[in-house]
Design a protein around this ligand. Structure first.
Ligand code: BGC
Length: 370
């Protein structure tokens, strides 16, 4: 039976390769719409996606829309006019693409929501990471680092910084962290001196580093100016963590270095982790995200309707999810990759991905993308 299964698997793989080669010959045009070059990770996503799709024989049109939702609409409209067969979109605003994507549907274009869900639009699939787990990992890091389980009567002060309300991911990250910490908040082991505990109160439009910096400076001035100790700055991602870390360096009166969380493994943040002004980041290997997207697009263009079985073909671990991501028109079938925690003690795990290397002095990590 096992032998039969492996023969079937090999035949499937050969057939799949044949299909890729066939499409490679045709050179189908794929449109890739990224939000902005100003947030580091999207440059990596854009490069990995372009590289991998071109290597598989596709033609690629890649746009960055300067974090401007109107421009992203225009960029997508242009790609539709250019005759793309597939659109891979990381939305700037999850709610403003319905109309242009209705045009895409009419033109028979397959749309993949990449990393961020797109609401109220006809989306074939969603490829992302387990976004809720990102927040869980940040919270779990805090629980372990402060040994909250055994805190007894000790109390710790925490402040939250969340992401862009226009990005569906931001709520998942925040809820994953907050839900995981809720029992310590309820028990009074964790205190929030600013009282800012709702997503709306701590959101950071456009994930802006400058806004996060300014907001945190205000929090520090209003609630920590009297010497109150800050133990944790729970930040949803690296661009906000960069601002918060800066605010702590310039405006925090306390002697201790608070725990600062993040997400993405941006180069500047990894330097901060080495230097101690940020504590951890949640890493999401975006070259794997691009690889999963390529396998998915190949399968769709090959006439398949991929499901859980496609996960076997990925180089990375991913789950097929048909429950979590409802975009208003129904649940979008999703492939969700696995995020993991990085701190100063396991930076070598990043080198193992092939996406980073140590600099000449062996002190900081640099990107292998160049
Ligand atoms: C992504 C994060 C990123 C944030 C800002 C989110 O949608 O999932 O990885 O940090 O956008 O770019």
């Amino acid at each position: 039976m096992k032998k039969l299964l492996s023969i079937v698997l090999v035949v499937c793989m050969v057939l799949a390769l044949g299909a890729v080669a066939a499409y490679a010959d045709e050179g189908d045009l794929v449109g890739i719409s990224m939000p902005t070059k100003s947030l580091e990770r999207w440059n990596r996503d854009g490069s990995y996606l372009k590289e991998q799709f071109e290597a598989a024989g596709y033609q690629v049109e890649l746009t960055y829309s300067d974090n401007d939702a109107v421009q992203q609409n225009n960029d997508i409209a242009n790609m539709i006019a250019d005759g793309v067969k597939v659109l891979i979109i990381a939305a700037i605003d999850s709610d403003t693409l319905s109309s242009v994507l209705a045009d895409a549907a009419e033109a028979g274009i397959t749309v993949i929501a990449y990393d961020r869900l797109i609401n109220n639009a006809d989306i074939a699939y969603y490829v992302s990471f387990d976004n809720y787990t990102v927040g869980v990992l940040q919270a779990q890091y805090v629980i372990d680092a402060l040994d909250l389980e055994n805190a007894g009567d000790k109390t710790f002060n925490i402040e939250f910084t969340a992401g862009d309300p226009a990005d569906t991911n931001a709520g998942y990250f925040f809820n994953g962290a907050k839900d995981t910490l809720q029992k310590y908040l309820d028990a009074g082991t964790l205190l929030v001196p600013s009282g800012k505990l709702t997503f709306e109160q701590v959101a950071t439009p456009q994930w802006s580093t400058d806004t996060a910096l300014e907001n945190f400076q205000n929090t520090l001035a209003s609630f920590y100016g009297d010497g109150t100790v800050l133990d944790v700055a729970l930040c949803s991602n690296d661009s906000t963590a960069a601002g918060v870390a800066q605010a702590i360096v310039s405006d925090y009166a306390g002697e201790n270095q608070p725990i600062v969380t993040g997400q993405d493994g941006d180069i500047g943040n990894l330097q901060n982790i080495v230097d101690g002004t940020q504590t951890m980041t949640v890493y999401k290997n975006v070259s794997d995200e691009a690889g999963v997207t390529l396998v998915l697009v190949d399968a769709i263009l090959n006439g398949e309707t991929p499901g859980a079985e496609l996960c076997e073909k990925f180089d990375a671990d991913a789950a097929f999810d048909t429950e979590t991501y409802d975009n208003g028109l129904g649940v979008v079938p999703s492939y969700l990759l696995v995020p993991y925690s990085i701190d100063k003690d396991n930076l070598d795990l990043l080198v193992e991905t092939g996406n980073y290397e140590w600099d000449a002095d062996g002190v900081y990590l640099v990107s292998t993308l160049g």
